[in-house]
Design a protein around this ligand. Structure first.
Ligand code: HEC
Length: 289
């Protein structure tokens, strides 16, 4: 593989990936089909994080960075390159302070503790989004499974959402949209994985669902969904430097994203490890056996 081009970006300086990648692509010539992969570097609390794309370049025009819905959200609203393609409470609080709580992540369909919370004033917004601000959690409302032989009888409701008992709210940090080539199941509880389906197909269905739910949009085109998933599957991320241990790519160490790219012997070993571990956990909307 040809040598990646590296860019250093201070984590906090990144406002929108769309403008960032636009600048990168412009700086190195968007039409270069044989261009080497770009490696982005972000400082984080324990050192430096590297992200690489095997898709040739980080294209700002990819629909992953586009506004496909009706509430201003993009995939990159909750999957931030500088935060290892998820969000962190610190960065979310910075966004809150910079926008008085009006950044598109602060929407009441699933960003607030309770659906449809009153967010008329800054102080109301601070209270309404407290789980997002303190823990980086997005609310996922899940209906009880169809044909279930039990029903939700009672819920612990510390935020007094008073939602109907037909669904339960799960509060979850966005999973990183990187290293997805190693996935064995999609989502924390594996609910976006269909038995017998390739992970790639699950990711297409997941991208559609994310646009409908998080961005309250209409279905993207087949081509847009394919572009999003191809992009996601090309992104590889790993720590490159650790403040205590130093450079993680010297003295035979194989840290950083390059050792995780598909086809690399390291990556094959990692995939085997991922397969043998499982993320699927019991969801509280599942009835006990
Ligand atoms: C409002 C925030 C938000 C937005 C916007 C958002 N996501 Fe997510 N994403 C999440 C959360 C929360 C989860 C974890 C949900 C769960 O497991 O129940 C997640 C999980 C995922 C996963 C699963 C990764 C894994 O390891 O299983 C993928 C893939 C993903 N999102 C892609 C997308 C795409 C593509 C878009 C845009 C079309 C998008 N997301 C927009 C919050 C968001």
């Amino acid at each position: 593989m040809s040598r990646p081009i590296r860019f250093w970006i201070g984590g906090a300086a990144l406002v929108t990936m769309a403008s960032l990648v636009g600048a990168i692509v412009t700086s190195r010539g968007a039409a270069a089909h044989d261009a080497p992969p770009v490696e982005l570097m972000f400082s984080n609390h324990s050192g430096v994080l590297g992200t690489l794309t095997t898709a040739g370049a980080f294209e700002g025009s990819n629909p992953f960075f586009a506004d496909l819905g009706t509430n201003g959200r993009r995939c990159s609203t909750c999957h931030r390159p500088a935060q290892a393609w998820t969000i962190t409470p610190v960065e979310v609080r910075e966004r809150f302070e910079q926008t008085a709580g009006l950044d598109p992540i602060f929407r009441t369909n699933d960003g607030s503790n309770c659906e449809g919370a009153d967010v008329s004033t800054v102080e109301q917004r601070r209270r309404a989004f407290s789980l997002l601000l303190t823990k980086g959690l997005i609310r996922t409302g899940l209906d009880g499974p169809a044909g279930a032989e039990c029903k939700i009888a009672d819920v612990d409701d510390p935020y007094r959402c008073r939602s109907p008992l037909t669904s339960a709210s799960m509060y979850r940090r966005p999973l990183p949209t990187t290293n997805l080539g190693f996935l064995s199941a999609v989502m924390w509880d594996g609910r976006a994985s269909v038995a017998g389906h390739a992970v790639k197909d699950d990711l297409v269905a997941q991208a559609l669902d994310a646009t409908l739910r998080h961005a309250t949009g209409t279905p993207p085109s087949v081509a847009q969904l394919r572009d999003i998933v191809d992009f996601e599957l090309g992104v590889v991320t790993a720590q490159v430097r650790d403040n205590a241990a130093g450079n993680l790519r010297t003295a035979g160490a194989r840290g950083g994203p390059r050792g995780r790219t598909p086809g690399h012997p390291n990556a094959r070993r990692l995939r085997a490890v991922r397969r043998s571990s499982t993320r699927v956990s019991s969801s509280s909307t599942t009835c006990p056996a």
